[in-house]
Write a protein that binds this ligand. Structure first.
Ligand SMILES: Nc1ncnc2c1ncn2[C@@H]1O[C@H](COP(=O)(O)OP(=O)(O)OP(=O)(O)O)[C@@H](O)[C@H]1O
Ligand SMILES: [Mg+2]
Length: 248
């Protein structure tokens, strides 16, 4: 497949045009950042690893009827997706209290949220991604009432589907961040990525961290853990087809 022009570049991925104007090619880079972009590194194979994990999780969601950007994994590191106009919201779904929420509010560390909490942050580096509420979202015209309702509903469905899938793989889905966008018809689709960069995954038995928190805290070998997650989530067959570069 021919990769077109670079449309834009983010902190961990590049978005390229493709032969078809409706689609884009998302390249997962090895860059990793934390703390509002202040902490940075480059971890060999992270991009390939995350692209395989994200592909698998988007496939799981599509199978369960969630409408997403996902078209196919071109090769490890490159995903063909529907082109979206991104909605500048970071939708954070939380099942367990940890991270920024226990710094901002008097929740007990590791308390369960049942029902899960949905938090909306403004995806805007200049304003440092502040937390929003519905009225601010409506006043800023980021989304309208119906769109917000739809985004909430899909986000909870995604939480249910992924929590169940990951549980079977020995992973507890603690919380995650997703982004939505609109395709050329104006329909809302799940975009961006779902990976250890954007989720908190804990080992279901030991409750050990299997995600970017290791990098945030400077603990342990981040890539060791990302590769472990990749092996748990991605089928042997897909790893054989696409994962050679990661493992050798
Ligand atoms: N299907 C899509 N069509 C168009 N743009 C997309 C699509 N999926 C994701 N994007 C956008 O691609 C950009 C690149 O992703 P990346 O995660 O590297 O950047 P970032 O979001 O600026 O960084 P960070 O996630 O660290 O804040 C993001 O702005 C994301 O919203
Ligand atoms: Mg991003």
């Amino acid at each position: 497949m021919k990769i077109g022009n670079l449309l834009y570049t983010g902190k961990a991925k590049d978005v390229y045009s493709s032969e078809n104007n409706d689609n884009v090619i998302i390249k997962f880079r090895d860059d990793i950042t934390a703390g509002d972009g202040e902490k940075k590194d480059n971890l060999q194979s992270k991009g390939e690893c995350n692209s395989l994990i994200s592909s698998k999780l988007f496939e799981v969601l599509e199978e369960k009827g969630i409408k997403t950007q996902y078209i196919k994994l071109i090769e490890s590191g490159l995903i063909l997706s529907e082109k979206l106009e991104m909605i500048p919201l970071e939708i954070i779904v939380r099942n367990i209290a940890t991270g920024s929420i226990i710094k901002k509010f008097p929740f007990n560390k590791n308390q369960e949220f049942n029902p899960p909490i949905i938090q909306f942050d403004f995806k805007n580096d200049e304003y440092h991604d502040p937390m929003l509420n519905d009225d601010i979202i409506l006043a800023l015209k980021i989304a309208n009432k119906e769109e917000l309702k739809e985004i909430r509903k899909i986000s909870l469905q995604i939480n249910d589907i992924l929590s169940k899938f990951l549980k079977k793989k020995g992973i507890l889905l603690v919380d995650f961040k997703i982004e939505f966008g609109k395709n050329l018809n104006g329909d809302i689709r799940l975009g961006d990525e779902i990976s250890p960069d954007t989720c908190r995954f804990w080992d279901i038995k030991t409750l050990k961290t299997l995600d970017k928190d290791l990098f945030r805290k400077g603990e342990g070998d981040v890539m060791d853990v990302y590769k472990k997650v990749c092996k748990l989530i991605v089928s042997e067959e897909d790893l054989k087809k696409n994962g050679e570069l990661i493992w050798h």
